[in-house]
Design a protein around this ligand. Structure first.
Ligand SMILES: Nc1nc(=O)c2c([nH]1)NC[C@@H]1CN(c3ccc(C(=O)N[C@@H](CCC(=O)O)C(=O)O)cc3)C=[N+]21
Length: 300
């Protein structure tokens, strides 16, 4: 058996095209331009790449982007002041503070200071709570992207499927579990202390791997025909060249799975497309205008 490769890059481009259309209507009918503010503290080379990609793709969709770069020694009070300025700025509809933050800053205090209606990462405690009880909220971009891929590419429907999520982070694992529960999956969350991970994974119709360890999931752990979503982005050096690999051994898994996302070109581009979708959604909600398809379709 050879799996279908899920083309996240192409699906993300389709999503961005829908966002672009919605942005054009906002401009033409209401003279409104959605704005996304990204705040970067310190100089992490990987973060630089993401921030640049976000700004570029925002621009291509007609979203205005605002960048605030602060040096690594910035105090928590200074960062909070920046967040408060962006909260008050009517041209800013979405605020993203790039994580991780330097160790001297309390990330929860910063995320908690973001206006929840502008919290396009969905990390504010009020959005986390709303998602957990099934109320309209901002949904974290990576799990949202994974769900949109699953709704499109998982054969046979999500309801009743056994989804195994490996990883329990607030950014991916936990919100992913909430979203899949809403889709009527049977959800198992596994993690680094899980006993006999291969046998748990072996029961999965849907596997979401968000572990952060390169190629840890082996092909013979996977149930034949399963849909595999690989959230991992690990930079490795092989034969003197650096490249990206996921948390799943792709070559092995592709022999067993029904469908699988590649790295790169799978979940990553969907994360950015969902960030843009969330920004336009936040803008529409702020102006009491119809939202783009996306969260609404999920009842969120
Ligand atoms: N507040 C916050 N929100 C985030 O969403 C957030 C963050 N902080 N900190 C860093 C991580 C990482 N992240 C990625 C997004 C897209 C790709 C992506 O598009 N990856 C491409 C490859 C890019 C490359 O070649 O390096 C792909 O997988 O095809 C990767 C990583 C968002 N993050």
């Amino acid at each position: 058996m050879t799996a279908t490769t899920i083309d996240g890059k192409a699906f993300a481009a389709t999503l961005r095209a829908q966002v672009t259309t919605h942005v054009a209507v906002l401009k033409a009918d209401h003279d409104i331009v959605p704005g996304l503010a990204v705040v970067l503290v310190g100089e992490d080379p990987a973060s630089e790449v993401y921030v640049r990609n976000k700004a570029k793709q925002a621009g291509e969709c007609g979203i205005r982007s605002f960048e605030t770069r602060l040096d690594a020694a910035t105090s928590q009070a200074e960062l909070l002041a920046v967040v408060q300025r962006l909260n008050a700025d009517p041209a800013v509809h979405g605020i993203l503070v790039q994580l991780p933050l330097p160790a001297h800053i309390d990330a929860n205090a910063v995320l908690g200071a973001i206006d929840p209606t502008k919290d396009v990462d969905g990390f504010h405690i009020s959005n986390v709570g709303q998602l957990s009880v099934g109320q309209k909220s901002m949904v974290p971009c990576t799990p949202l992207g994974c769900l949109l891929l699953l709704r499109q590419f998982h054969k046979g429907g999500l309801a009743g499927s056994h989804a195994v999520i490996v990883g329990r982070s607030n950014i991916v694992g936990k919100p992913m579990a909430q979203l899949l529960l809403r889709e009527h999956c049977t959800v198992t969350i596994a993690h680094s202390r899980t006993r006999d991970l291969p046998s748990i994974i072996g029961g999965a119709d849907i596997l979401v791997a968000a572990i952060g360890r390169q190629e840890m999931v082996r092909g013979d752990w996977i149930k034949p025909g399963a849909t595999v979503i690989d959230v991992g982005i690990n930079r490795v050096t092989r034969d003197g060249r650096t490249r990206l690999v996921g948390d799943v051994n792709f070559a092995e898994a592709a022999e067993v799975a029904g469908a699988i996302t590649p790295v790169p070109g799978g979940v990553g581009p969907m994360t950015i497309a969902c960030l843009l979708l969330n920004t336009v959604t936040a803008c529409c909600r702020a102006h009491h205008l119809p939202e783009p398809a996306g969260l609404a379709e999920l009842g969120l």
